[in-house]
Design a protein around this ligand. Structure first.
Ligand SMILES: [Zn+2]
Length: 154
């Protein structure tokens, strides 16, 4: 079957607002104060971050938020020196799954505070299992990037 029309690559952007809900609002308000809030399930005793309104494991309603440690372990990470849609900031970036101490899930955020000019430099520092600590922006607006990045600690 022949094609008698042209096709073009395009990107559709869909700016939108969403209602964060009471629990996510507590999480974001915590970020404004330099506090990371999660939720603790009294039924299965797991701790989740960000704070959420129900337990993804046993579906129990979660009404209370708990303060979460600001240090944890890198579970997985990726480096990009190419810009991509939705990238937080400019390349290069290191995105990591971090298991903050005392939680039972991974938190997706940036790694930083180190040489990031190329992958070899990053690989000399960043490895699965290294310990990292939250570094905050001076100005906080109740946004995920109030945490500037997580920095390796020795
Ligand atoms: Zn549960």
């Amino acid at each position: 079957m022949s094609k008698d029309f042209n096709t073009f690559n395009n990107v559709v952007r869909l700016p939108h607002k969403y209602a964060a809900g009471a629990t996510f609002t507590k999480f974001y308000n915590g970020l404004k104060k330099g506090i990371i809030y999660g939720s603790s399930c009294s039924s299965c005793e797991k701790v989740f971050i960000p704070a959420r309104s129900f337990c993804p494991g046993c579906l129990t309603n979660l009404d209370e938020v708990v303060e979460i440690a600001q240090e944890g372990e890198v579970i997985s990470w990726a480096f990009s020196d190419k810009e991509f849609f939705g990238m937080p900031g400019k390349p290069p970036v290191i995105i990591a799954l971090i298991k903050l101490d005392g939680t039972d899930c991974n938190f997706l955020h940036l790694l930083g505070g180190m040489e990031t000019k190329d992958l070899d430099a990053v690989k000399s520092v960043v490895k699965t299992g290294i310990r990292v600590k939250a570094v905050w922006n001076d100005e906080k607006n109740g946004h995920m990037l109030d945490i500037k990045y997580f920095k390796p600690v020795s």
